[in-house]
Design a protein around this ligand. Structure first.
Ligand code: NAD
Length: 364
């Protein structure tokens, strides 16, 4: 079935699609459990909640607010992001399934407390199958507002808070693992390694701070010029125009903005021998993972390297003190993926997929 253009979407308060499989977004063989369309005319909320899989536990995943071009783009993003969360939580062996939500709108212009409370009510109607958290375009304070209308919320200021520092720590460990593996450096050594960071938001900021401390040379880009200027001033980073970041003569390309940035055009331009960054869904399509491997570029699968935040959500909830240790474990997971990919002559993203699928299918 096609769930891309739902003709009634704009006119209904809520439309649920349970058990739909979907085609056309590159996720062969694994359908979503449910896709829920939300429309609240009073607050102007238009959102989609996608639940991919709840076999290992509730579908935990952030709520992205973005000015999507149309509903199809929003739906594609929600479906891909939700699937990524299933794989991320399974690979990290967390008791979570995978889900994600998207709100259509400009977070700077359209976000209001009424809209966030309406989103909380929509999440609440799902009875805990989906647990909302912060993502691009939403914040810890927004989750505090959402928490006034649902208890199925993470990343509140009274809860685990902002996941970005732990995400950045995991990405740092992932970059170190990739540099050790591909560039034959000693474990952890980043001295003089040239890193091109795309996106200087919450994760990008924390990451470039640690990279600088470890002696890496930074090249930075963002569509917000003030963020680039700040990175240049604070960290001596070399500013690069947004589109030119792919051509940067760097050792590591670290995508920390939005997804879908690794495609036929950009992969052909990459000079870096490693791709390792925080962004979700970096591959425009599944085949681009193989294309990276064919070009001899080591790809740290996105949901493996960026799991630090969801690890924190899972453990902080239980008051577990081992968060840092588990996030540090991302290094070992990636070294295992890299080793198996070489041994089995397979792209790294396929190995990660197999490991994750094994974990959530075993749970089923
Ligand atoms: P953020 O919104 O704080 O930052 C994103 C930054 O990317 C912004 O500064 C934005 O201006 C910039 N940007 C957007 N398009 C760009 C482009 N074409 N070129 C250059 N810069 C561009 O988001 P964040 O929380 O730092 O997350 C970054 C990425 O990491 C997202 O893809 C997110 O889904 C993923 N991620 C984040 C976390 C987390 O804990 N925050 C966890 C896992 C994955």
């Amino acid at each position: 079935m096609s769930v891309f253009s739902h003709p009634e979407f704009l006119g209904h308060e809520g439309v649920g699609h349970e058990g739909v499989g979907h085609e056309g977004v590159g996720h062969e063989g694994v359908g979503h459990e449910g896709v829920h369309f939300v429309h609240d005319p009073a607050s102007g909320l238009k959102a989609i909640i996608a639940i991919h899989n709840t076999v290992r536990g509730p579908a935990v995943g952030g709520c992205r607010m973005w000015p999507y071009a149309d509903e199809g783009a929003a739906l594609t993003d929600a479906l891909r992001l939700a699937r990524g969360m299933t794989y991320k939580s399974a690979l990290a062996e967390l008791p979570f399934g995978g889900g994600k939500s998207v709100i259509m709108g400009d977070s700077k212009r359209d976000k209001t407390p009424e809209l966030l409370r309406a989103m909380g009510r929509a999440v609440d109607r799902l009875g805990g199958a989906y647990v909302i958290a912060e993502e691009v375009g939403t914040t810890v304070f927004d989750m505090d507002t959402v928490a006034t209308t649902t208890k199925h919320v993470a990343c509140t200021s009274a809860g685990s808070g902002n996941p970005s520092p732990y995400t950045a720590l995991g990405v740092l460990r992932g970059i170190q693992a990739a540099v050790q593996y591909k560039l034959n450096r000693n474990a952890g050594d980043l001295d003089g390694v040239r890193v091109a960071v795309q996106g200087l938001g919450q994760v990008g900021y924390a990451l470039r701070h640690s990279l600088k401390e470890l002696g890496a040379r930074l090249f930075v880009s963002d569509i917000a010029p003030d963020r680039v200027a700040r990175a240049a001033k604070e960290f001596g980073a070399t500013p690069v125009a947004p589109d030119a970041i792919f051509d940067t003569d760097a050792d590591v390309f670290a995508p920390c903005a939005l997804g879908g940035i690794l495609d036929d055009r950009t992969i052909a331009r990459l000079k870096a021998r490693i791709v390792a960054g925080a962004a979700n869904n970096q591959l425009a399509a599944d085949r681009h993972g193989a294309m990276l491997a064919e070009r001899g570029i080591l790809y740290a699968p996105d949901y493996a390297i960026n799991a630090g935040g969801v690890i924190e959500i899972a453990l902080a909830k239980k008051g577990d003190a081992t968060i840092r240790e588990r996030v540090e474990g991302i290094r070992a997971t990636l070294l295992e993926i890299f080793g198996r990919a070489d041994a089995e002559h397979a792209p790294t993203h396929r190995i990660a997929d197999r490991m994750a699928e094994d974990r959530f299918r075993r749970a089923a």
